[in-house]
Design a protein around this ligand. Structure first.
Ligand code: PGA
Length: 262
């Protein structure tokens, strides 16, 4: 399985800045066959970047979309409008869940729409600080995972990526995030694989890339990438800084090469 390094630029950079930044990254990123590098710019920059990027080095993801293909939905962008521009779509990010009140029903409609239109959904799940404090982590992970995948068949599951992003570990907003320990992350991964196995069977569950996201930087990336069940990273803040992001890609390559040798 490839290792996925995905940069979520969130609501940062103008179109011009996005284009300049992508240009910088394209000069520094190598095209590795076993490392999939993806960036997720703001919607307004997607068309420009899709013409500019070299997809062997960097692919694109959309941060959001509406699940219907066309119609009277003022202000929305459909998955079919994105289809030729991006390869991936982020679904169920905690900022969409908690700031924009997206429900599991919305999220599952988006996952289905992405699969229907041939794009890979990156389904984000993860508990809040309070849920963690009350010992609800496992229930939240299970509910969000099965809630998001409810309409997905075993065959289609292999077209999905799951990102575990505990909300308390995500940087930005008003408080400094805590750092998730690799042990906690591996526990969550094991739980996710277990739920997938019980629902879809062993072989399928092992083929699903599991990513971690939450204050990942070049200084801690390796500790997550080394985990048995980790297939990549979803990176917010550090993906906005070229040397950080490219360092993380090189770390991923080193870890991957080390694993292949063993
Ligand atoms: P962060 O964001 O790396 O800045 O914590 C991760 C995310 O929100 O996907």
């Amino acid at each position: 399985m490839k290792t996925y390094i995905i940069g979520n630029w969130k609501m940062n950079f103008t179109v011009g800045e996005s284009s300049l930044y992508l240009h910088k990254l394209l000069q520094k990123v190598h095209a590795y066959r076993d490392i999939e590098v993806v960036v997720s710019p703001s919607l307004v920059a997607i068309q420009t970047l899709s013409l500019q990027t070299d997809r062997r080095k960097i692919k694109l993801a959309a941060q959001n979309f509406y699940h219907r293909d066309f119609g009277a939905y003022t202000g929305e962008v459909s998955i079919s409008q994105l289809r030729s521009l991006v390869d991936y779509v982020i679904v169920g990010h905690s900022e969409r869940r908690y700031i924009f009140n997206e429900s599991d029903k919305d999220i599952r409609a988006k996952v289905s729409a992405a699969i229907r239109d041939g794009l890979t959904p990156i389904l984000c799940i993860g508990e809040t600080d309070t849920e963690r404090m009350f010992g609800e982590t496992a229930d939240v992970i299970r509910d969000q995972l099965l809630g998001g995948l409810q309409e997905v068949s075993a065959e289609d599951l292999t077209k999905c990526i799951i990102a575990y992003e505990p909300v308390w570990a995500i940087s930005g907003h008003d408080k400094a995030a805590k750092i998730a320990s690799p042990l906690d992350v591996e526990d969550a991964f094991k739980l996710i694989r277990g739920v997938l196995k019980d629902t879809y069977g062993k072989s399928v569950s092992e083929d699903i890339p599991l990513l971690f996201g939450g204050s990942v930087k070049s200084t801690n990336a390796e500790s997550y990438l080394m985990l048995d069940n980790c297939n990549g990273l979803l990176i917010g803040g550090a993906s906005l800084i070229a040397p950080e992001f490219t360092d993380i890609i090189e770390i991923a390559k080193r870890v991957k090469d080390g694993r292949t040798k063993n």
